[in-house]
Design a protein around this ligand. Structure first.
Ligand code: GDP
Ligand code: IMO
Ligand code: MG
Length: 429
């Protein structure tokens, strides 16, 4: 009985991949439970960089089983390409990757629908999605009539019929709103997907049953969150969120494993804040501070290459996120990026539109976007901390900063990270 989850507590890219990779040492299987190829998790091992998107990070460690759970949305060409890239990098996936037959498939029309929604929205209101078809696929999943599951592959005739009905409907709809729309050929779409099925079918299982058996056998499970708690469709900064439950709340629906099985919940935070795409960002630093963080932290999206928006740590939002995700410990990442910034600010409260101080994360976007951060100012440090390997190697101001964040969030910090490599990690407890 030793299941763990790793969940981002901000707006994604908190360096969850690095923590999942480290925790693989104490686990036997890694499970993705939501999201899809919108995720980009970078892991650096001995100078070699691996980028994972749909494939669970655990696959980098020999012997670890990697599970794509029912809550994930799978784009087969993206998955096959990723498996090929990993193989070319020497990662032998063999029979270690399992894909849920309940997971939904991202289809070609999802990509077109997403482009349409994004491009028909004004630049100011645009969500700024990764355009990987995530939103339209989840929309069809909850809409039920047009959902396509991985398991549908197993009956080719029914699959063709189902795709035929959906494509006819989508063609009618898209034709009406897109002047230059080239109707999709249902038979060609079905053929294309059945060809993917040939290659992926050996990996497809009822992952829920597999996970239940695994728990009975004492397999140690590690749940890998994608995106972050503040991008959760229910609990995040709606509508500037992704379309899944990317907080800890998504684990049970996205895997079939009840929350009570998870004893340890690692909340991953950056020592500052970043955000890709649209939406309010009260602590954003659209100035030299933000530019410095972007340059030093190499804050460019793994999936889309977009520059990430950068700003000070927001303890109001993160405190809330830790409660939603049930974090029992924190991993504080990219501490090295703050070296040389003095002083450092942390938003410890907000001031609402009437000037009232609040320390709760507002549920309504209209209230939140009018909030101004109330900062506490902390001393910075000048030393390069990237070679620190123990608490004693850290400057006092850096350690005090980590303690301050932990106190603000109300959760103990167990790990500090001072660089992308596996070895650039400090155990705090
Ligand atoms: P994820 O999506 O949460 O897994 O995070 P990403 O991989 O998108 O972004 C985190 C980035 O920070 C990656 O490029 C990592 O290699 C890098 N990284 C991880 N930990 C550290 C750290 O402590 N310091 C620095 N400078 N980079 C880090
Ligand atoms: P990882 O797992 C950061 C953001 C997009 C956009 C919003 C909706 O690497 O942390 P979507 O394509 O999901 O419909 O886009 O969510 N977003 C991420 N931001 N890290 C991610 O994943 C993200 N996945 C989606 O930029 O604002
Ligand atoms: Mg990422």
């Amino acid at each position: 009985m030793a299941s763990t989850c790793v969940v981002g507590l901000q707006w994604g890219d908190e360096a969850k991949g690095k923590i999942v990779d480290l925790l693989c040492e104490e686990h036997d299987a890694v499970v993705r439970y939501q999201g899809g190829a919108n995720a980009g998790h970078t892991i650096v091992v001995g100078g070699v960089t691996f980028k994972l998107s749909l494939v669970p990070t655990g696959v980098l460690r020999p012997g670890i089983v990697a599970v794509i759970g029912n809550g994930v949305v799978v784009h087969p060409p993206a998955l096959l390409k990723e498996v090929e890239t990993l193989s070319a990098q020497g990662v032998d996936i063999g029979d270690r990757l399992l894909i849920s037959d309940r997971a939904h498939l991202i289809m070609p029309y999802h990509l077109i629908e997403e482009r349409l929604t994004e491009e028909s929205t004004s630049a100011a209101d645009r969500l700024g999605t990764t355009r990987r078809g995530i939103g339209p696929c989840y929309r069809d999943k909850v809409g039920r009539v047009h959902g396509v599951r991985v398991g549908d592959w197993f009956d080719a005739d029914r699959f063709r019929e189902h795709i035929g009905r959906i494509v006819a409907y989508k063609n009618r709809l898209l034709n009406a709103v897109l002047p230059d729309y080239e109707p999709l050929d249902a038979a060609a779409v079905a053929d294309e997907y059945l060809a993917y099925a040939e290659r992926l079918r050996p990996m497809v299982v009822d992952t829920t049953a597999w996970l239940h058996d695994a728990i009975d056998r004492g397999v140690r499970l590690l749940f890998e969150g994608a995106q972050g708690t503040l991008l959760d469709v229910d609990h995040g900064s709606y509508p500037y969120v992704t379309s899944s439950n990317s907080s800890g709340a998504g684990i049970a629906p996205g895997s079939g494993v009840p929350a009570r099985e998870i004893q340890r919940s690692v909340g991953v935070i950056k020592a500052y804040t970043t955000r890709v795409g649209g939406g309010p960002f009260p602590t954003e630093q659209d100035n030299e501070i933000g530019e410095r963080i972007r340059r030093v932290g190499r804050e460019y999206g793994t999936v889309t290459g977009r520059p990430r928006r950068c700003g000070w740590f927001d303890a109001v939002a993160t405190r809330y996120a830790a409660r939603v995700s049930g974090s029992t410990e924190l991993a504080v990442m990219l501490l090295d990026v703050l070296s040389g910034i003095d002083p450092i600010r942390v938003a410890v409260a907000y001031e609402d539109r009437s000037g009232r101080k609040i320390d709760r994360f507002p549920s309504r976007l209209a209230d939140w976007e009018r909030c101004r951060p109330v900062y506490e100012t902390l001393p910075g440090w000048t030393e390069d901390v990237s070679k620190a390997r123990s608490v004693d190697d850290l400057p006092a101001a850096a350690l005090d900063y980590v303690r301050f964040l932990s106190k603000q969030i109300g959760v103990p910090a167990s790990i500090a990270s001072v660089g992308p490599d596996r070895t650039q990690t400090i155990q705090l407890m």
